[in-house]
Design a protein around this ligand. Structure first.
Ligand code: ADP
Ligand code: ASP
Ligand code: MG
Length: 473
């Protein structure tokens, strides 16, 4: 019988310091002994942000400040290493590996500072250093428990396209590479610890999968390795009915469907990277979200069908870093291809469109993208419509960043009348002004646009309206 294979991903807080790494190593060792385990690890918490900061300093010509940041990170990793690994020769071996990564980081920052230019390729290379440092630490901690372990850079496993900062995997090539590299290790009882977040093009150029992308790395490897399950270990008990930082009474959802979890992730529930479920849908591999600080708790199981509950609404989410773009003016009525051109332009710059609203008078097309995508989207649109703007056929292309999207999610909302009515009534009662509304034809999501300042009120009001703190599971 084939041994049970688990792919386990540990987020930044789960590898945040030596004691967290030690706890993570225990979880990996236990799973590896029970069957097979491929671990995927994020950078230590906060490290990716610091690296990006160093890259930006370098771009501004401040090589000294960039080097200072790298130096602080070096001390942080050294502290963890000292406390995790007892033997000096083993410590020296890992220190050597980390030094090579830091030397690469310094060279990249120096080059950037010299040119005063930060290419997407260099930014990927710099921001990926954190995972390349945490993986050897975690592997060392597993070895300390008496189980063989090897740190592996995902550039050896995950093949992607060349879209830096948000690369997409090429699954067949990834499958071939991962199987060839990881199977022999698993057969020998060696636990691989793979860097999350990164991949490489067919030419071997390092890419990243986007911020928070280690979740995606885990399911990519889960699918590539035909894993029995993927477990995403984080710092909360599972998928909650709302972000616990905004809704104090949010509670853990025991079982949720792929579709529901994907809607939540897509609309900003940080607990899952939006693309996390894509690779596992076809093979129907279950994904668990569990708390590495409370491994005795069952967590949330994400399955193809989920589990139906009475009320219809399962969870709420909000995205705040979004921008409303509006293309319009009375003249666009006579331009039949405005909609087509608008969205082929957003597609060309790979801006993810989160919500679209167009009134029947066709005066305005409003849509929402992530704020990080907004500037390049607007620039591309101004270029696309330059001629029409000059001739006043398109009158404006405007942006508004002080907004947020809130989504009410649940597969059973389909066929449950009155949910939209109850939502907007409750919001009205609490004086939350709704700017735009969208409901997909799948009816598993109602989303609305509000002022960013009203997010907390909107979430708490809606949570209370649907009694999510108490709903049956
Ligand atoms: P990791 O570093 O493990 O990847 P993240 O910080 O990316 O962890 O994601 C976990 C965080 O997601 C939680 O601490 C929580 O604040 C936030 N979060 C937002 N929405 C939800 C939700 N619906 N359920 C659980 N956590 C959520
Ligand atoms: N370290 C990366 C980030 O902070 C990837 C991840 O943690 O998932 O975005
Ligand atoms: Mg995350």
């Amino acid at each position: 019988m084939k041994a049970r294979l688990q792919v386990m991903k540990f987020g930044g807080t789960s590898v945040g310091d030596a004691s967290c790494i030690a706890r993570t190593a225990q979880i990996i060792a236990k799973a590896a002994k029970e069957g097979g385990c491929v671990a995927v690890v994020s950078a230590m918490s906060g490290v990716t942000n610091r690296l990006i900061e160093a890259a930006k300093k370098a771009e501004a010509g401040d090589a000294r400040e960039a080097a200072a940041i790298l130096d602080t990170l070096r001390q942080q990793h050294e502290t963890a290493l000292t406390s995790l690994v007892q033997q000096e020769d083993e410590r020296a071996r890992i220190r050597q590996r980390m030094e090579e990564v830091f030397a690469e980081g310094r060279r990249l920052c120096e080059g950037t500072a010299l040119l005063r230019e930060l290419t997407p390729r260099a930014l990927d290379a710099i921001s990926s250093l954190g995972e390349r440092l945490s993986a050897p630490l975690v592997a060392a901690a597993v070895s300390e428990l008496g189980l063989q372990s090897e740190a592996i850079e995902a550039t050896e496993l995950i093949v992607t396209d060349a879209f830096h900062g948000g690369a997409e995997p090429r699954m067949e090539l990834t499958r071939a590479k991962s199987q060839t590299r990881l199977r022999p290790l698993l057969e020998k009882g060696i636990a691989p610890v793979v860097t999350g977040f990164i991949g490489a093009t067919t030419e071997g150029q390092l890419t990243t999968l986007g911020r928070g992308g280690s979740d995606y790395s885990a399911t990519i490897l889960g699918a590539a390795m035909d894993a029995d399950e993927v477990i995403i270990w984080t710092d909360v008990d599972g998928v909650l009915t709302a972000d616990p930082r905004l809704v104090a009474e949010a509670r853990t959802i025991p079982v949720i469907s792929y579709r529901e979890a994907a809607e939540l992730a897509y609309f900003g529930a940080k607990v899952l990277h939006p693309k996390t479920l894509n690779p596992v849908v076809q093979a129907a591999i279950p994904v668990w979200i569990r708390n590495s600080f409370a491994p005795e708790k069952p967590g949330t199981k994400i399955t193809p069908e989920g589990r139906s509950i009475g009320g219809g609404v399962k969870a709420l989410t909000a995205i705040r870093d979004v921008t409303l773009i509006s293309v319009g003016g009375p003249g666009i009525v006579g331009l039949p291809d405005v909609v087509g051109r608008t969205f082929s332009t957003t597609a060309e710059v790979r801006a993810n469109v989160l919500l679209i609203s167009q009134s029947s008078s066709q005066n305005d097309i409003c849509f929402i993208v992530s704020t990080v995508d907004a500037q390049r989207t607007v620039e591309a649109l101004r270029k696309e419509f330059a001629h029409d703007l000059a001739h006043h056929k398109v009158e404006h292309i405007t942006v508004d960043s002080n907004i947020a999207i809130v989504a009410v999610v649940g597969e059973n909302m389909r066929g449950t009348p009155g949910i939209a009515g109850r939502t907007f009534n409750a919001l009205g009662r609490d004086n939350v002004n709704v700017i735009a509304i969208a409901q997909g034809s799948s009816e598993s999501n109602i989303s609305f646009v509000i002022d960013v300042k009203a997010v907390k009120t909107a979430l708490n009001t809606t949570h209370r309206e649907f009694a999510l703190a108490a709903s049956p599971t």
